[in-house]
Design a protein. Structure first.
Length: 324
C-alpha cells in the first residue's frame, strides 16, 4: 500500500488538534512519498467520530475500537499499529508529540526496527520520502535529517502546522485489533484530573507569557492576573523557567512548547530566536517591554514600551471593568 499513516488521538467527540495539523501537512507530502494518506484512530467508543478526519485530508481511516485502547497506555496501540504496518507497509507513520504519542512512537520504532525522528518542527519532501527538521543544541541550530530505511516514523511538535480542512471525505475501515496478553499486563489504577479551570497551553486561543523582565518568581502573579481576566493560559520564556520562576510545562520556545494562539501577549520577554520560533505563528502578538531595542518588537504586531508593572495591572483592571 505504501503511503502515509497519521496517528490521530481522540479527544472528547473530536480529536486533539495536533493530529489535524499533521494531516493537513501530510497532504503536501503525498506526492513525494507516494500512496494514499491514511489515519489511525484507536480508542473505546471512537468509531462514530472517525469520519471527521476526511475533512482534513485522510482518504482512509483505520478504526480500532477496544477498551484497552482507551486507557492512554502505549502497548495496546503498538500491537495494533504493528499489525496495520504488516498489512499495509506504510512508508511513513506520523505521531503528534503528546505524552501518548511519544510513548507509542518510541515503542513502535523499537518493535519495527525503524528510525524515529523526534521533536520535529517541520516535514518536507526529501531523501527517500520525507525530511524532518528539529531543533538541536538548546535550540541554537536546526537539523534536517532523513531516514535510511522504512517506515519513516516521526514525532511532530503540536502547533508546528496550521490545521486546515480540505473538504474531502474518508473511507472508514474497522480493524479487529490483535492485542497480545503482554500489552494488557499494565493497567491504569488511578487518574488525576487536570486542575479545574486550567487552560492547556497548546490548545489556548489566548496566551499571556512572562520572561526575565519580571525580575522574580513572585511577580508572575501580574501575568497570571492578566491571563485570568482574559480566560488565557500562562506561558513563560526559557530564561524564566531556567531561573526556576515557573514550571517547565509552561515554557514556550524551541526547547519548550510551540504555540499558535489567536492572541499572544509577551510581558518582559526580549524575543530571542529560541522564544520566537515557539510562538511566531500566533495570529496577533503584543509585546510589553521597557527596552525599546528588544528583538521582540521587530516581529510583534503591537508593541508597548514601558514598565510592565504599571502597564499590565492597568490593562487587567480595564479588562475586568469591561467584563463588569
Amino acid at each position: 500500500m505504501a503511503g502515509i499513516l497519521v496517528v490521530a488521538e481522540p479527544q472528547g467527540s473530536g480529536f486533539r488538534r495536533v493530529g489535524l495539523e499533521i494531516l493537513s501537512k501530510a497532504r503536501e507530502l503525498k506526492d513525494s512519498v507516494g500512496g494514499p494518506l491514511a489515519a489511525y484512530v484507536g480508542g473505546s467508543g471512537v468509531a462514530d467520530q472517525a469520519a471527521q478526519l476526511g475533512a482534513y485530508g485522510a482518504e482512509k481511516v483505520f478504526v480500532a475500537d477496544h477498551e484497552a485502547l482507551g486507557t492512554g497506555l502505549a502497548a495496546p496501540h503498538v500491537d495494533v499499529l504493528a499489525q496495520l504496518q504488516a498489512e499495509n507497509d506504510f512508508s511513513a507513520i506520523l505521531f503528534g508529540g503528546t505524552v501518548q504519542g511519544r510513548d507509542t512512537a518510541a515503542a513502535l520504532a523499537a518493535r519495527l526496527g525503524a528510525g524515529l525522528n523526534s521533536d520535529s518542527t517541520d516535514l518536507a519532501p526529501g531523501g527517500s520520502g520525507i525530511q524532518a527538521t528539529r531543533p538541536a543544541f538548546g535550540g541554537q541550530n536546526l537539523v534536517q535529517s532523513t531516514w535510511t530505511g522504512g517506515p519513516q516514523i516521526a514525532l511532530v511538535r503540536p502547533n508546528s502546522f496550521q490545521a486546515s480542512e480540505s473538504g474531502g471525505s474518508a473511507e472508514v475501515v474497522a480493524v479487529t485489533p490483535a492485542i497480545s496478553g503482554d500489552a494488557l499486563r499494565a493497567t491504569v489504577t488511578a487518574r488525576k484530573p487536570a486542575e479545574e479551570g486550567k487552560i492547556s497551553l497548546e490548545e489556548a486561543s489566548i496566551i499571556v507569557s512572562g520572561g526575565r523582565g519580571l525580575g522574580a518568581p513572585e511577580n508572575f502573579s501580574v501575568v497570571e492576573a492578566l491571563a485570568a481576566s482574559l480566560g488565557a493560559a500562562v506561558g513563560a520564556s526559557r530564561a524564566a523557567v531556567d531561573a526556576g520562576w515557573y514550571p517547565h510545562p509552561n515554557q514556550v520556545g524551541q526547547t519548550g512548547k510551540t504555540v499558535s494562539p489567536n492572541l499572544y501577549i509577551a510581558c518582559g520577554i526580549s524575543g530571542a530566536v529560541q522564544h520566537k520560533v515557539g510562538m511566531q505563528t500566533s495570529d496577533v502578538i503584543v509585546a510589553i517591554n521597557k527596552d525599546e531595542e528588544a528583538p521582540i518588537f521587530q516581529f510583534a504586531d503591537f508593541g508597548v514600551v514601558g514598565d510592565l508593572f504599571e502597564i499590565v495591572p492597568q490593562l487587567t483592571e480595564l479588562i475586568n471593568q469591561r467584563k463588569g
